[in-house]
Design a protein around this ligand. Structure first.
Ligand code: ZN
Length: 224
């Protein structure tokens, strides 16, 4: 039986390099399945908002300009996934990210008894560079454009407030190489841990239009 017809959706984990559209797809899939989208940032904000001990620990790290280590992130995940809204399932977006997180996630999902589906949105290097370098940001109002897929009416001018558009520092060609390398070297090795557990990594072609990618992922979840 399709999992979407069942009461429990289970755990959906979405991976993808920068520029593959992971965040957008994660948000849409979670909304359509009626489950929360859980990212590391959300977990931290949730605990800080509820003023728990973990939330205070995270706040102290952030205030001191320190990185939040795997141990704290894992504890945050344990707390977040035990919330009532996660009972039917949840979508993990950007977590686990490191080798120190994946073992914890694996044990956690087992103890929760959730069926797990791992998806990677893939995209060719050239398309990824084209997409990311095509992004333009309005420094005044924050509107985002893409010279290929969502161009402003007047070249390099914001449609909303008419300010001159800029390229985000993160989207410059030299920074993209670094972000991609981090994904290849730190995140992709995590897949082996899932494979060793007999878990498939479902590859979805991310070069298609947003709607096509969404329907592909949704169709996949409906089938398995
Ligand atoms: Zn603007």
């Amino acid at each position: 039986m399709s999992r979407l017809a069942e009461d429990r959706i289970g755990a959906i984990i979405i991976f993808g390099p920068p520029g593959a559209g992971k965040g957008t797809q994660a948000r849409r899939i979670a909304a359509r399945c009626g489950i929360p989208q859980v990212s590391t940032g959300d977990m931290i904000r949730d605990e800080m908002h509820r003023e728990t001990e973990l939330g205070r620990k995270a706040q102290n790290k952030i205030a001191a300009g320190k990185l939040i280590g795997d141990e704290l992130v894992n504890a945050l995940a344990t707390a977040r996934l035990a919330q009532p809204d996660c009972e039917r399932g949840f979508l993990l977006d950007g977590y686990p990210r490191t080798a120190g997180q994946v073992g914890h996630v694996d044990r956690l999902l087992q103890s929760l008894g959730h069926r797990t589906t791992v998806i990677e949105i893939q995209i060719g290097y050239n398309e990824l560079i084209r997409r990311i370098t095509g992004r333009r940001l309005c420094p005044k109002c924050g509107a985002i454009f893409n010279i290929h897929s969502q161009p402003p009416a007047i070249s390099d001018v914001c449609d909303v407030c008419h300010a001159r558009l800029v390229v985000r520092t993160d989207d410059r060609a030299e920074v993209i190489g670094e972000r991609l390398r981090a994904y290849e070297e730190e995140t992709r090795p995590i897949f082996e841990v899932f494979r060793n557990k007999g878990e498939m990594i479902h590859a979805v072609q991310g070069e298609e239009a947003e709607e096509v990618v969404f329907e592909t992922i949704f169709g996949l979840l409906d089938r398995i």
